[in-house]
Design a protein around this ligand. Structure first.
Ligand code: PRP
Ligand code: URA
Length: 211
C-alpha cells in the first residue's frame, strides 16, 4: 500500500466493520456503526493536526496546554457521507460543514453533481472529505477536484470500505490526498459494487433499500 494510504488495524474498527457488512444488521444499528467507525477513523486521521500552545488554570495551579490551530472543515459527500459528518461533528463542534451532492449514474458509474455550497468563504486549513464507500473513486475524485478549485488547504479522505480500483484512481488523480480507510476489499463487481463490501451504504443508512 502506498505511503499515504492508512488502513486501520484497530480491533474496534475490525469488530464494527464486520457488523456493518452483515446483511442482517438493521438500519438503526447500521447508522450507529457508521457513527462509531467515523469517530474511530477520524481520531486516527486527525493525529497530525497542528496545535498552538497556551496556558490553563486548573483548580490547583497554572500549566501549559494546547489548542487546535487553524480552521477545520468536514465535507460529506451526499448522501451516505452525512452520518459520518454528523458523528465527527460531535467531536469537533466548531468544524465547518460544506455539503457536496454527488450520485453515481448506475449505468456509466460516473458521478453526477447535484448540490454544491462551496464559495470564496469556504477556504479552510484542513478539510476531511467523508464518504463510507470508495468504489471506482469517481465521486471522491470529483469532490476533491471541486475543493481544490476553491483553494482549500490540506485535504484528507475518510472512508469505511474501499476497493483497490478506487484507491488506485485516487492515487493517480490526487496523490497528495491521504486516504484513511477502515478496510480495502477485494474488487468491484460488474455493476460497480465493492466485493465483499456492504451493499449500498446510502440505502442501508437511510432505510431506502427496495429489494
Ligand atoms: C455511493 C457512495 C459514494 C459512491 C462511491 O454513493 O456513498 O459516494 O457511491 O462510488 P464511486 O467511488 O464509484 O464514485 P451513491 O452514488 O450510491 O449515492 P448515495 O450516497 O446518494 O446513495
Ligand atoms: N456505493 C455503495 O454504496 N456501495 C458500493 O459497494 C459501491 C458504491
Amino acid at each position: 500500500m502506498a505511503e499515504n494510504v492508512f488502513v486501520s488495524r484497530h480491533p474496534l474498527v475490525l469488530d464494527r466493520l464486520t457488523s456493518l457488512r452483515d446483511r442482517a444488521t438493521p438500519t438503526p444499528a447500521f447508522r450507529k456503526l457508521v457513527h462509531d467507525l467515523a469517530q474511530f477513523l477520524f481520531v486516527e486521521a486527525a493525529s497530525d493536526l497542528e496545535l498552538t500552545t497556551t496556558q490553563v488554570t486548573t483548580p490547583i495551579t497554572t500549566c501549559g496546554g494546547h489548542r487546535l490551530k487553524g480552521s477545520i472543515g468536514l465535507v460529506p459527500i451526499l448522501r451516505a457521507g452525512l452520518g459520518m459528518a454528523e458523528s465527527i461533528l460531535e467531536m469537533m463542534p466548531d468544524a465547518q460543514v460544506w455539503h457536496l451532492g454527488l450520485c453515481r449514474d448506475h449505468r456509466t458509474l460516473q458521478p453526477i453533481a447535484y448540490y454544491n455550497k462551496l464559495n470564496e468563504q469556504s477556504k479552510l486549513d484542513v478539510v476531511f472529505v467523508v464518504d463510507p464507500m470508495l468504489a471506482t473513486g469517481g465521486s471522491a475524485i470529483a469532490a476533491i477536484d471541486e475543493l481544490k478549485k476553491w483553494g482549500m488547504g490540506r485535504i484528507k479522505f475518510l472512508g469505511l470500505i474501499a476497493a483497490p480500483e478506487g484507491v488506485a484512481a485516487m492515487q493517480r488523480q490526487h496523490p497528495d490526498v491521504p486516504l484513511h480507510l477502515g478496510v480495502v476489499d477485494s474488487h468491484l463487481n460488474e455493476v460497480g459494487y465493492i466485493v465483499p463490501g456492504l451493499g449500498d451504504a446510502g440505502d442501508r443508512q437511510f432505510g431506502t433499500r427496495t429489494e
